[in-house]
Design a protein around this ligand. Structure first.
Ligand code: NDP
Length: 246
C-alpha cells in the first residue's frame, strides 16, 4: 500500500486506542508518522517500534494537548524530523463520564482544554506548514450530533464544537486545497470506553449492529479521508458508529 507514500502525518494522542490504530494504519499506507502522548512514554515507544518493525518511519513526542506550547512544539518537531506536514489527525481527547450537575468546573475545563482548545491550537500550528492536498482530520464523536445515553453532557458539548470547527474551517481554507473533515466514532472498544462493563450495555444496545466497534474500523475511515481518493470531501461529518445515530 503506498497511497500516502512521501506524506507526513501527525496524530495527537497516538500511543493507545484509536490514535495508535490510526498511526499504524497511516504508516502502513506509506506515511511517516509522528504521534503525541501525555503520560505513557512506554506505550508511545511501543507504537513507534511496531511501525519501524513493519518498515515504516515514526517518532513519538510528549505533548499534553492542554499545554499550548507543547502542542505547538509537537507540530514544529514533526516538521523538523520529517521535513513537511501533510495530514493532521486531532485525536487526543478525553471524557469524564458523570452527570452534568455532578461535573466540577475543573473537569469541564479539562475536557474543553484537551478536546477543543488543543484541537484549535494544533490545527493553527499545522496550517502554517500545510500545502495544497493537506488534510485536517478531527476525531469528533457520534455524540457531537446525537446524545443517546446520559453522563456525557460536557463531553458532547466539546464534540459538537469540534464538528462546527471542522465545518467552519473547511470554508476558510478550501481555496488552499486543504480539506477539513470530522470523523465521528460511535462506541469503540478502548481504555476510554471498554466494551465490557455496565457502562457499555446501553451503548451497545443503541447500535444497529449490536456491537462495539474496533479501533481499526475507525482507522480505515481516517486512512480514506487522509488519502488521495477523498479529494472532493470537505466540511463533512463522517460517522462510523455501527448505526448508533441511525
Ligand atoms: P484512549 O483513552 O484509549 O487513548 C487516548 C490516547 O490519547 C492515548 O494515546 C493517550 O496517551 C492520549 N491522550 C490522552 N490525553 C491526552 C492529552 N491530554 N494530551 C495528549 N495525548 C493525550 O482514548 P480513545 O482511543 O478511546 O479516544 C481517542 C479519541 O476518540 C478521543 O478524541 C475520543 O473522544 C474519541 N472517541 C472515542 C470513542 C470511544 O468509544 N472510544 C467514541 C467517540 C470518540 P497517554 O496515555 O499518554 O495520555
Amino acid at each position: 500500500m503506498s497511497k500516502l507514500k512521501g506524506k507526513v502525518a501527525l496524530i495527537t494522542g497516538g500511543s493507545r486506542g484509536i490514535g495508535a490504530a490510526i498511526a499504524k494504519r497511516l504508516a502502513a499506507d506509506g506515511a511517516s508518522v509522528a504521534i503525541t502522548y501525555a503520560k505513557e512514554a512506554s506505550a508511545a515507544s511501543a507504537v513507534v517500534k511496531a511501525i519501524e518493525l513493519s518498515g515504516g518511519k515514526a517518532v513519538a513526542i510528549q505533548a499534553d494537548a492542554a499545554d499550548v506550547e507543547a502542542v505547538k512544539g509537537a507540530v514544529e518537531k514533526t516538521v523538523a524530523t520529517f521535513g513537511r506536514l501533510d495530514v493532521l489527525v486531532n485525536n487526543a481527547g478525553t471524557a469524564i463520564p458523570k452527570t452534568f450537575e455532578e461535573t466540577t468546573l475543573d473537569e469541564m475545563d479539562r475536557v474543553i482544554d484537551i478536546n477543543v482548545r488543543g484541537t484549535l491550537v494544533a490545527t493553527q500550528a499545522a496550517l502554517k506548514h500545510m500545502k495544497p492536498g493537506g488534510r485536517i482530520i478531527m476525531i469528533g464523536s457520534s455524540v457531537g450530533e446525537r446524545v443517546l445515553v446520559p453522563g456525557l453532557v460536557a463531553y458532547s458539548v466539546t464534540k459538537g464544537a469540534v464538528k462546527m470547527f471542522s465545518q467552519g474551517l473547511s470554508r476558510e481554507i478550501g481555496s488552499r486545497g486543504i480539506t477539513v473533515n470530522n470523523v465521528q466514532p460511535g462506541p469503540i472498544d478502548t481504555d476510554l470506553n471498554p466494551a465490557a462493563g455496565d457502562w457499555a450495555v446501553p451503548q451497545k444496545a443503541a447500535t444497529a449492529l449490536d456491537r462495539y466497534g474496533r479501533v481499526d474500523e475507525v482507522a480505515a475511515l481516517v486512512a480514506f479521508v487522509a488519502g488521495p481518493e477523498s479529494s472532493y470531501i470537505t466540511g463533512a461529518n463522517l460517522t462510523v458508529d455501527g448505526g448508533m445515530n441511525a
